[in-house]
Ligand binder design. Structure first.
Ligand code: NAP
Length: 271
């Protein structure tokens, strides 16, 4: 039987590339996004259903899942991909920015997962793939809030896997390195506070390094391929590095003490 995947944040970047790849491989694809009018070429593809889903809007989540089940009968894989980065000095971030960052990257991911769990439990199968980041294990300057969300996704997913095992539901964490998408520009939420200039020189240095990381990042298709392999490998493997030297960076982070790893980050980004 044809399998069905539901992806959040499928209008651009990794979500879009994942939708295209699964469609090419013969899957039914529920490509969800905040603004389905942005679906572009996706909307015209066979077996692709583009639906409105804002992960911060529980009604849109319920409606999209109900519509997807009506159209395809079941959902086999959920990819919690929607997310973005809040960048800037912690002191410059407003409470609203902090809440929106957690509301999307953590509570939004949890809300979609909660909404789909009864279906996965009933059918006694399902895969939940949470798009974290190498930034779920290490931290770069000016991303304190973004990292907090991805570290939360790591802990959440790692624990969740055990209680879902008896229902044959598997949890997987996708950990991309730098990927060339809208993440570094259009989607980024930059924190600035009127009158707060103390961090300006530091911010300018870090932003230049981050721009370079984005410009030289892997194409989103590399992450889509990792997601495809993770959906197909039949294993209980939890973590999947993806693109942008993610595997090497994660290995280094594990190997090196904080002081040495911090020295590398300072050398690469703060000189
Ligand atoms: N690019 C990287 O270097 C990198 C590295 C590690 C992890 N990641 C993670 O990969 C995931 C995808 O990011 P990307 O690189 O593909 O960047 P992207 O092209 O900016 O894609 C982010 C997607 O999330 C969607 N989104 C944002 N808020 C949403 C909400 N409230 N509800 C539903 N969708 C929402 C965006 O929708 P709109 O089009 O409506 O804005 C967009 O489609 C994110 O979780 C990100 O943290 C990225």
């Amino acid at each position: 039987m044809t399998k069905t995947i539901l992806i959040t944040g499928a209008s651009t970047g990794i979500g879009y590339a994942t939708a295209r790849l699964f469609q090419q491989r013969g899957w039914n694809v529920v490509a969800t996004m905040r603004s389905p009018e942005k679906a572009g070429a996706l909307a015209a593809l066979e077996n692709v259903c583009c639906l409105r889903l804002d992960v911060t809007d529980s009604e849109s989540i319920q409606q999209a899942i109900a519509q997807a089940l009506q159209q395809f009968g079941s959902i086999d894989v959920l990819v919690n991909n929607a997310g973005y980065g809040l960048i800037g000095a912690f002191e410059a971030c407003s409470i609203e920015q902090i809440e929106r960052q957690f509301g999307t990257n953590v509570f939004g991911l949890m809300a979609v997962t909660r909404a789909l769990l009864p279906h996965f439990r009933e059918q006694r199968s399902g895969i939940i793939m949470n798009v974290s980041s190498i930034g779920g294990h290490m931290a770069f300057p000016l991303y304190s809030l973004y990292h907090s969300t991805k570290w939360a996704v790591e802990g959440f997913s790692d624990s969740l896997q055990y209680e879902l095992e008896p229902f044959n539901i598997r949890v997987k964490i996708i950990e991309p390195g730098p990927i060339k998408t809208d993440f570094y520009e259009r989607s980024a939420d930059l924190a600035t506070k009127p009158g707060l200039t103390a961090y300006d020189a530091f911010t300018a240095k870090v932003m230049a390094a981050m721009k370079n990381a984005g410009d030289t990042g892997s194409p989103p298709e590399t992450t889509a391929q990792v997601i495809y392999r993770a959906a197909k490998d039949g294993s209980r493997r939890l973590r999947y590095p993806a693109g942008g030297n993610a595997g090497a960076l994660l290995f280094l982070r594990k190997l090196l003490p904080d002081r040495l790893f911090g020295g590398i980050i300072r050398g690469a980004m703060l000189r």
